[in-house]
Write a protein that binds this ligand. Structure first.
Ligand code: SF4
Ligand code: SF4
Length: 90
């Protein structure tokens, strides 16, 4: 008889940018490649990366030479809660 069942998920977390105690985080495998975050970023700092995730999608990454001001617009727009800003306590 089955007594217990567990679903275990390995979550790959990528830090796309880190500055002044803030981080832009991506849950890489959660991304479905809609690129709404790329469209909404006011600085146009995001682009599709060159690395596939488990879904066969190229998740976003920060463009070389671009900056993030941690405005959170990508976080507010992402339908899958894959990209978000966190404050790092020191
Ligand atoms: S909005 Fe979310 S799901 Fe869409 S590309 Fe960006 S991180 Fe991926
Ligand atoms: S937090 Fe703001 S500036 Fe940074 S990538 Fe997202 S939308 Fe662009």
């Amino acid at each position: 008889m089955l007594k217990k069942q567990y679903i275990l998920e390995a979550i790959i977390i990528s830090i796309l940018c880190e500055e002044n105690e803030k981080r832009l985080i991506l849950k890489t495998d959660r991304c479905k490649g809609c690129y709404l975050c790329v469209e909404v970023c006011p600085l146009k700092s995001l682009e599709a990366s060159g690395e596939l995730n488990v879904k066969g999608i190229y998740p976003p990454s920060l463009k070389a030479g671009s900056k993030c001001v941690f405005c959170g617009m990508c976080e507010d727009t992402c339908p899958d809660f894959a990209i978000y800003v966190v404050k790092v306590e020191k």
